[in-house]
Ligand binder design. Structure first.
Ligand code: G
Ligand code: G
Ligand code: NA
Ligand code: MN
Length: 250
């Protein structure tokens, strides 16, 4: 209750900020996108993890206001970017199924002038399964706007590979639990290879998250995984540091 009340004032009190984690093409390490990640710094509670406060925001109905703030802030930041990198924004279950979610995204795009084709919304596997009919409808509407969609944390839920063919998605993000200790785990290697093969047959690009070593990056590149994200390439960065990262990468 205390945290929920504090959350209500977080936007007004400027307690939120975004960090951006680079997403690169495997093989070339070329920057292809960034994932915006929300940070809440409360004077007493300290840094509260989105894993803790997003569920509170969903329960108390504040997620739409917060989600809008994230979309708008991220698009304003990234608008200044000359490189045609994608901007990934995480969308929670409650947010996606809102009646006016797509109109809202459209309004934010118009307001900020950010190109729809560069916006990539990340929805988790559990979200997609929560209400399949509604999810399909929303994803189709986003598609019409030109907005891209990623299925996040793939492999942690109960969806099957066949289910992928039904969802209009552009990217699949393999959960980092499949990348951890990949080097030494033949089962994980087989699973990842299968996921990549099926995804590619469906014209879906694959992103591996949580890459922490060169060996993991090389293995995944060998499996034809398209993109990678993780501490090996970069941790999430403040916007100023992201600009430096790009400067350094050129
Ligand atoms: O960045 P970090 O590892 O602390 O993120 C923990 C979880 O919170 C991740 O699952 C991430 O997707 C989620 N998360 C981070 N930022 C946002 C956000 O802006 N909106 C939503 N809905 N989830 C977020
Ligand atoms: O659920 P989601 O994929 O959105 O979670 C994103 C979070 O994963 C980020 O907040 C980030 O802190 C964390 N993360 C990103 N790269 C790595 C990594 O290489 N290793 C670990 N352990 N966590 C990572
Ligand atoms: Na994500
Ligand atoms: Mn993820």
């Amino acid at each position: 209750v205390q945290l929920t009340n504090a959350l209500r004032k977080a936007i007004e009190l400027n307690q939120f900020h975004l960090v951006y984690q680079p997403k690169v093409e495997l093989g070339t390490a070329e920057l292809k996108g960034v994932e915006a990640l929300l940070r809440w710094n409360h004077p007493e509670h300290g840094n509260v993890s989105p894993m803790d406060f997003i569920p509170l925001a969903e329960k108390s109905g504040q997620i739409n206001r917060i989600g809008d703030w994230v979309l708008e802030k991220a698009m304003r930041d990234m608008r200044a970017f000359e490189q045609p990198v994608l901007l990934n924004v995480n969308i929670s279950a409650k947010q996606l199924i809102q009646e006016n979610f797509v109109q809202n995204v459209h309004a934010r795009l118009q307001e900020t002038g950010f190109p729809a084709e560069r916006l990539n919304l990340e929805i988790t596997e559990t979200v997609a399964l929560y209400d399949v009919e509604k999810t399909m409808d929303k994803l189709n509407q986003l598609n019409k706007l030109g907005v891209k969609v990623s299925l996040d944390d793939f492999g942690t839920g109960y969806s099957s590979l066949s289910y992928l063919s039904k969802l209009p998605i552009d990217y699949l993000k393999v959960d980092r639990s499949f990348i951890r200790h990949l080097e030494a785990d033949d089962t994980k290697k087989s699973i990842i290879k299968s996921i990549i093969e099926v995804a590619h047959n469906l014209n879906i690009q694959v992103v591996a998250e949580g890459i922490e070593t060169e060996e993991q990056a090389d293995l995944l590149h060998g499996y034809k995984c398209n993109l990678g994200q993780g501490f090996y390439f970069s941790k999430p960065l403040l916007f100023e540091d992201l600009l430096n990262y790009i400067g350094a990468g050129k």
